[in-house]
Design a protein around this ligand. Structure first.
Ligand code: UD1
Length: 430
């Protein structure tokens, strides 16, 4: 199993290119199931999760091909991949595949909407809470689907003549359930109204792609979506939105290590709350046409409190990284996690580097320390693993992070990108 070693103490200077968002790329790939025409996705990140989903889609009969040749070092604008779901050969997504990645559960809605039936294993994914799927299922039921649970599988059937439009009223915000509701509604007969929809930029990106494919959606970017179902969707070309979580992670890395870095392709408009918070910690952030410049001088890191919230609030996917930054802050910071109930597994690993963090229910109380020291630590989930890398940037000596397959699931070329701005980092393969 690969490990990465980081030797702390170097500032970050130069340019980092922001990849396409994993959390948009995955549902965009899944929308290809809705049409028998090709969907071409540009700015695709090269990630383990994308490869996993390629295999799952392949199992349903989707052909995909990478367009053009690219050098592996050229991470600008990602890859262009054409997905062609002309013939769906299988409407079952088996346990072995879905258990590896939660987002693959989202194939349920497009298979059901286009083929009238689907059998999909209940999902796996990062162990950051119980993560139920009740909202996904109630949304599909509101469109007329019959749903049964059998031996760990969801078996969904559309009525004769297909799904019909309806009112979906989400009692809480769910990104995954919104993706499913939206995909199903595009092919349902008549009008669907989704209330309480997630407004995350990745949902907006998917909705905009669906519109290019011929879907009729109003209210994009708001909690109220109105969809007029169409008989069929066509092909389209769409570029994946820049990854706001990678962007926030790199901003916090510079805020921690110090330096001056330009994040090329970063979209500040998808990260306003987090940018405001990070500025308050003492980093300077300049929004430019082509990206974001982050400057951090030798001044102290200020302790700031945050509460994770659905978009446009502070993202749960940046909570672990922010905690790593607060570990070196002057003073005490309170970090409250309101989205997932078990998303503090990085706390004990950060403690191995010398962090002082106390947990009280859904809140972590971080007392900043003057120095951290390198240690052996273990990645526990995707975002937690990169928080350890951020702490390692300033730890004295070497930090070795094991189980980095978590990192490879969602960060494209992290070592290359870090090394390019002066971080001493190497991957050790066994
Ligand atoms: C997506 C993101 C993930 C991010 C999360 C929240 C992808 C691939 N993943 O995950 O990175 O952390 O949004 O922004 O895009 N819930 C229910 N019932 C349901 C569904 C969800 O109670 O049927 C709850 C969950 O337990 C959780 C909250 O809703 O407490 C948010 O979950 P959700 O937005 O669905 O997250 P994901 O779509 O899994």
């Amino acid at each position: 199993m690969d490990r990465i070693k980081i030797t702390g103490g170097n500032p970050m200077n130069g340019e980092m290119v922001i990849s396409g968002a994993k959390n948009a790329a995955l549902p965009l790939m899944i929308t290809s199931l809705l049409t028998d025409k090709p969907l071409t996705l540009g700015n695709m990140p090269r990630l383990a999760d994308v490869n996993t989903l390629n295999r799952i889609l392949g199992n349903h009969g989707v052909n995909f091909s990478v367009q053009g040749k690219r050098k592996s070092s050229d991470s600008l604008f990602g890859e262009t991949v054409a997905y062609d779901a002309k013939d769906i050969v299988d409407t079952t997504a088996p346990y072995e595949m879905v258990s590896r990645m939660r987002a693959s559960f989202w194939v349920l809605a497009p298979l059901l909407a286009r083929m009238g039936e689907a059998k999909v294993s209940l999902p796996g994914g990062c162990a950051i809470g119980t993560r139920p799927v009740d909202l996904h299922l109630s949304a599909l039921k509101a469109l007329g689907a019959q749903i049964e649970l059998e031996n760990g599988y969801v078996i969904a059937k559309a009525p004769q003549g297909g799904l019909t439009g309806g009112i979906i009223d989400f009692p809480m915000v769910s990104v995954g359930a919104t993706h499913q509701a939206l995909m199903a509604a595009t092919l349902a007969k008549g009008q669907t109204v989704i209330k309480g929809a997630a407004c995350e930029p990745e949902v907006t990106d998917v909705a905009e792609c669906l519109v290019k494919m011929g879907a009729k959606i109003e209210g994009i970017g708001t909690p109220n979506l109105t969809i007029e179902g169409v008989d069929c969707l066509g092909g389209a070309q769409h570029n994946v939105v820049a990854d706001r979580i990678e962007t926030g992670t790199f901003i916090m890395s510079v805020a921690m290590a110090g330096g001056d870095v330009f994040l090329k392709g970063a979209r500040a408009d998808t990260l306003e709350n987090a940018i405001e918070v990070i500025c308050q910690t003492g980093a300077q952030i300049e929004v430019q046409d082509e990206g974001i410049r982050v400057v951090k001088t030798n001044s102290d890191i200020q302790a700031i409190d945050v509460i994770t919230m659905p978009y446009p609030g502070f993202p749960t996917d940046l909570q672990a990284q922010f905690m790593a930054l607060m570990v070196k802050a002057k003073g005490v910071s309170r970090i409250q996690e309101t989205i997932f109930e078990n998303r503090f597994m990085h706390v004990q690993e950060l403690a191995r580097l010398g962090a002082k963090i106390q947990l009280e229910g859904d809140t972590a109380i971080v007392t900043g320390v003057d120095s951290l020291h390198g240690a052996q630590v273990m990645a526990t989930d995707l975002r937690a693993s990169v928080s350890l890398a951020i702490a390692a940037l300033v730890a004295e000596g070497e930090t070795e992070i094991s189980r980095i397959y978590h990192l490879d699931r969602g960060f494209e070329n992290l070592e290359e990108k870090f090394r390019g701005v002066g971080v001493q980092i190497e991957r050790v393969s066994e």
